[in-house]
Design a protein around this ligand. Structure first.
Ligand code: NDP
Length: 242
């Protein structure tokens, strides 16, 4: 299988890249900055782009297809951002940016992929990285913009799954709980007590690992689960079960 992963330079995205390579997939990464040491070490091609830049993402999709000689079969929309800002203090520009990266970016990447698959008469599969924050309001941090964006991504997942089902394109989402990455470390750096608070609220009493999320993404990509579409798989240590 040939897989494009956005935000694959670190954290959950990098674990997805590593897992895909381990099971024999070809992988290409789209991410924001030029820091790609981990990807270079793995020999994975990486393109620098913002997922909200539609012409650039379309160029990259064409370049990846040309360099592999065949189109990618799968897209993992993993890139995402957050902000711990109470809503009354949040600039609308910051709200717009979170929506753009977490919802519009995945939409842009998904429709470029789907248009190529439909034109070629090929099937395809998309996994969107949502969050338990799209299902419940996790505290104590104030992250309304993030929560709303991930809820939007979940409904985007379901809507695209229905719209594209007739084209043999599956669209699913993963909703992780707290996972140990730079994203969560930023919260802990600002407020060291927050990590203990998160663990107290998580029935399994630990954070997830990026590898545990990557396993589920890999399972969703597998054509043996071809009846799975429009689903949201929670991987959160029981957080949303309470
Ligand atoms: P990190 O902050 O560790 O990594 C984010 C990745 O996304 C990086 O590769 C970054 O690229 C890339 N990225 C960010 N913005 C853009 C953009 N505009 N265009 C292209 N690439 C971009 O995040 P995590 O690994 O923690 O999170 C990955 C996904 O999982 C996110 O969608 C997040 O919301 C979601 N998630 C994370 C949870 C957690 O606890 N960590 C829990 C639930 C969901 P670069 O390295 O170049 O900056």
């Amino acid at each position: 299988m040939r897989v494009v992963v956005t935000g694959g330079s670190r954290g959950i995205g990098l674990a997805i890249v590593e897992h895909c390579l381990a099971v024999g997939h070809r992988v290409a990464v789209i991410h924001r900055t030029v820091d790609r040491a981990a990807l270079r070490a793995l020999g994975v091609p990486a393109w620098e782009a913002d997922v909200t830049d539609e012409p650039r993402i379309a160029d990259i999709w064409r370049n990846v297809t040309e360099s592999w000689g065949e189109p990618p079969d799968a897209l993992v929309n993993n890139a995402g951002i957050t902000a711990d800002v109470p809503i009354l203090a949040m600039e609308l520009a910051a709200w717009d940016r979170i929506w753009a990266v977490n919802v519009t970016g995945p939409l842009i990447c998904a429709r470029i992929a789907a248009a190529a698959w439909i034109d070629a008469g090929r099937p395809g599969t998309i996994v969107n990285m949502a969050s338990m924050s799209g299902l419940i309001v996790n505290r104590p941090q104030a992250q309304t913009a993030y929560n709303v964006s991930k809820a939007g991504l979940i409904m985007l997942t379901k809507s695209l799954a229905v719209e594209w089902a007739e084209h043999r394109i599956r669209v699913n989402a993963v909703a992780p709980g707290y996972v140990a990455t730079d994203m969560t470390q930023t919260f802990v750096d600002q407020n060291p007590a927050i990590g203990e608070d998160w663990l107290r609220r998580t029935p399994i009493h630990r954070m997830g690992t990026p590898q545990e999320i990557a396993m589920v993404v890999s399972w969703l990509l597998d054509e043996n689960v071809g009846f799975l579409t429009g689903s949201v798989v929670s991987v959160d240590g029981g957080y949303t079960a309470i």
